[in-house]
Design a protein around this ligand. Structure first.
Ligand code: FE2
Ligand code: FE2
Length: 330
């Protein structure tokens, strides 16, 4: 088990961007390699994080939680005008809230993966890989919930509609796995992008959050790699009706996921009385936020282009949802 505590620069390089052992690696070989990596490089939420260590203690007024002017909300005049303790409190509340959303997303993901594995034939390499991923996601959820608990915030998590939709997503894992794996990318890619950007930024990040992000991006690299290669393997063999459905439903899923993963919850807006005009300024009408969202979705959008899913029928859906990047050339 990996127990390094110092920052490991290799975590900012996704698994699939590293040199492959063979250029002619088949899909099955890749899946087996990812399974092996889960054995030699994996983490335990409690053995690998010194939760009670002095430097990991969470103080909600710690200035390291301040969002900073490079953050979407942190750049607003309203936020900068708050007292330092409130700025820090909003910062750590946001982190805890994203972690709660993240662990609920992982709950849907795990249940979907279990269903996906249920019907796999004996000998399928995906079975072992998917079980490794479920185990890793369970460790992530343990560390996210432990973080939430230690902040002292009572985070409600997903609302009723999102909970209802999540049950539909789980069903897709069995009846339409290609759409399910786009849902997986829609949840994992934006959060992975945000965490890698933060780790690279050189900012003074709270050591506990840094440790959690390092562990997470290391293991997520495998999950993203599997989802992308699964889609590359399966989408070209879809019939025309399923392909059309996939091309139109994918941007809807991505837009919902990006919003859940990148904007403050209603609880936070209410509790700190953030004016609607500030939310508009920071998110809805902010070209910088739009750019960040597009950047977070860039890899999955490029994959859609590669798989021929950006068509004259589906492109308007991307545009209407505000996640189309005309400059991507896809
Ligand atoms: Fe995860
Ligand atoms: Fe994951």
């Amino acid at each position: 088990m990996e127990t390094a505590t110092a920052f490991d620069a290799s975590v900012v390089v996704p698994e699939e961007e590293r040199a492959l052992p063979s250029r002619r690696e088949t899909y099955a070989e890749l899946v087996r390699r990812l399974s092996h990596q889960s054995v030699v490089k994996h983490f335990d939420a409690y053995a690998d994080i010194d939760w009670d260590g002095d430097e990991f203690r969470i103080d909600p007024t710690d200035p390291r939680w301040d969002l900073g002017p490079e953050e979407t909300l942190g750049a607003t005049a309203w936020y900068r005008a708050q007292p330092p303790e409130i700025r820090a409190r909003i910062g750590v509340h946001l982190v805890a809230s994203f972690m709660k959303t993240g662990l609920q997303f992982e709950s849907v993901l795990k249940r979907g993966l279990l269903d996906f594995a249920f019907d796999l034939p004996n000998g399928a390499p995906e079975f072992r890989y998917v079980y490794h991923e479920i185990i890793e996601e369970a460790q992530h959820s343990l560390m996210f919930q432990e973080f939430v608990n230690r902040t002292g915030f009572d985070i409600p998590g997903l609302g009723g509609l999102d909970r209802f939709l999540s049950r539909t997503v789980i069903r897709f894992a069995r009846i339409f796995p290609e759409l399910f794996f786009f849902f997986v990318l829609g949840g994992e890619d934006p959060i992975d992008h945000v965490q890698r950007t933060a780790l690279r930024s050189g900012r003074d990040i709270h050591p506990l959050l840094r440790r959690i992000m390092q562990i997470h991006v290391t293991e997520e690299a495998r999950h993203l790699c599997f989802a992308r290669h699964y889609l590359r393997q399966k989408v070209p063999h879809l019939g025309s009706v399923r392909r059309l459905a996939l091309s139109v439903m994918t941007p809807v899923v991505l837009a919902i996921m990006a919003q859940l993963m990148m904007q403050p919850s209603r609880q936070i807006i209410r509790q700190y009385r953030i004016p609607a005009a500030v939310i508009d300024e920071a998110y809805r009408l902010n070209p910088r936020h739009r750019e960040k969202t597009l950047a977070a979705l860039a890899k999955v959008r490029d994959l859609c282009g590669e798989l021929g899913l950006l068509t004259p029928v589906s492109t308007p859906v991307w545009q209407v949802l505000g996640i189309w990047n005309a400059s991507s050339g896809a």
